[in-house]
Design a protein around this ligand. Structure first.
Ligand code: PAF
Length: 279
């Protein structure tokens, strides 16, 4: 059985009628991180659908919408080899036939923090397209990668807040052997930048091993790694409560998520890790 690429909503709905579906939403430029989502999806439902759509709604005016890697042919080959049954690859006109959607799903306060501060409107655009994809595919389960921790949090909250009848399954970040989190944007890094980018995962490891000494020690440990790498320009480093995604207080104890965003050369990268704050 080989993969079927579907470009219209009507065709996809007809093909999926009566099936239990796991959806993996992507913007293409697929790497092993996406394939880990696909593999998990295959364990969760009889039919796997991977959507490939570079969603203009979630890019700001000065962002990389035009240069975002578009590699449909090789993406489809990878998904075929992975045994995926359907790829949904709509055009912008299919998704937004009347121009950019006037109706938006808003991400609220958390959507204005961290990634949302650097990328105003990004999460509203993301939640809006995810809501549309859930309405089109009607999957039993939708899968996301933990690397985009804020996206995962906001989708989980949206699904709960709006009583969406889809389960959200989260798959751990896939890393290179040296620790670099896989990302479609890694392909923009040259060799020197790739080495420098390791500062993100090394900083997370340093944060994790300082957890018992409290929040100040965690931030200092991560910061000292990041500051030691001249090609890295830190955007934010923060420690949040996983249940609220808001920065933790000094006296917070328990599970916490460390978030890092930084530019390495011209490429903006994010990474995160769950740690235990004690002390
Ligand atoms: O994570 C992504 O690739 C995108 O934000 C998503 C979830 C496919 C929505 O466009």
């Amino acid at each position: 059985m080989s993969v079927t690429v579907v470009e219209t909503i009507a065709e996809l709905r007809a093909a999926l009628a009566g099936r239990t579906v796991a959806l993996v939403p992507t913007m293409g430029a697929l790497h092993a991180g996406h394939l880990a989502l696909v593999e998990r999806a295959g364990q969760l439902a009889e039919t796997v659908v991977v959507s490939i759509f570079v969603n203009p709604l979630q890019f700001g005016p000065n962002e990389d919408l035009d240069t975002y890697p578009r590699t449909l042919e090789t993406d489809v080959e990878k998904l075929d080899a992975a045994g995926v049954e359907f790829v949904f690859a709509p055009s912008v006109d299919v998704m937004y036939p009347h121009g950019p959607s006037e109706t938006r799903v808003t991400a609220g306060t958390v959507g204005t923090l961290f990634e949302g501060r650097s990328r105003p409107g990004h999460f509203d655009g993301m939640l809006t397209v995810v809501t549309k994809l859930l309405g089109i595919v009607r999957p039993a389960v939708v899968l996301f990668g933990q690397k985009d921790a804020q996206q995962v949090f906001l989708v989980q909250r949206m699904v709960a807040d709006l009583d969406v009848a889809t389960r959200v399954s989260v798959v751990e970040t896939v890393r290179e052997d040296d620790g670099l989190a896989l990302s479609s944007r890694n392909q923009f890094l040259d060799e020197r930048e790739k080495r420098a980018a390791l500062a993100l995962s090394t900083a997370l490891e340093a944060a994790e091993s300082s957890g018992d000494r409290g929040i100040d020690a965690v931030l200092a440990a991560a910061q000292s790694v990041l500051m030691g790498e001249s090609l890295v320009r830190l955007d934010y480093l923060s420690v949040v409560n996983p249940t609220t995604f808001l920065p933790v207080d000094d006296d917070y104890r328990g599970k916490a998520r460390v978030l890092i965003a930084a530019r390495v050369g011209e490429t903006r990268l994010i990474d995160n890790a769950l740690i235990h704050l004690g002390g």
